[in-house]
Design a binder for this molecule. Sequence first.
Ligand code: MN
Length: 263
Amino acid sequence: MTRILMTNDDGVFSEGLRLLEEELRLLAEVVVVAPDREQSATSHSLTLHRPLRMRRLREGVYAVDGTPTDCVALAVHWLLEGRRPDLVISGINYGLNLGDDVTYSGTVSASFEASLMGLPSVAFSMEVAEGFSFARGARFAARFVKTLLAGDLPEDLLLNVNLPVAEPLGVEMTRLGKRVYEQSVVEKKDPRGRKYFWIAGTPEWRREEGTDHDAICRGYVSVTPLHLDLTDYPRLQGEGELSRRLLSLLTAEDEGAQAGAEG
Ligand code: MN
């Protein structure tokens, strides 16, 4: 039987996780290992400086006092040792994880961790607005997983899936969208007169066709295939002025220029 490992960053008691778990149990053996409390925006952090505890809540459901990445690590290397999952599912997250925000996302990072271990993975997130229903999201996500399981799952498969708040009009394959960066820092004073800060600002998106953001705006499910290789290939291969300058560093040409400057 197919074995699915589930986690999230909203915590083990999140409705998005619980409802999807119920749906997926109809398709596969499901093991849930999730943070014991909300860990949103924890990104890909790993707990290395204190011990971690895992608690069994009920059959096949475990809580860890750590991050989503810790959960995947403990699940795969310890709990499921010798019983590797066929697929890792993260979510459903309460709120979208689009574009540049995937780098902050604990939901997506759990999938990144799975990917590092050679496990196919899907991160699900859902738009929160009027008419929000995790039940609807979970039903769709389960259909999505069933469709995936009908074919081969490449071990480097990593899908970031965002669900619109309403009944989806269809599914689109997308690229990551871009934020118009308007995040600001608000400075205030505490009762003792010392400064404190809030990271604030509402996200504004560049409306571009073919992006995850655009698909969601039009009421479609957005599916973005991701990989962990952050290399900027065009720049690596390009022969720009920047590479010329950097490549001359520590060469005879560079030493000559230095000597000239010092002389
Ligand atoms: Mn979250």
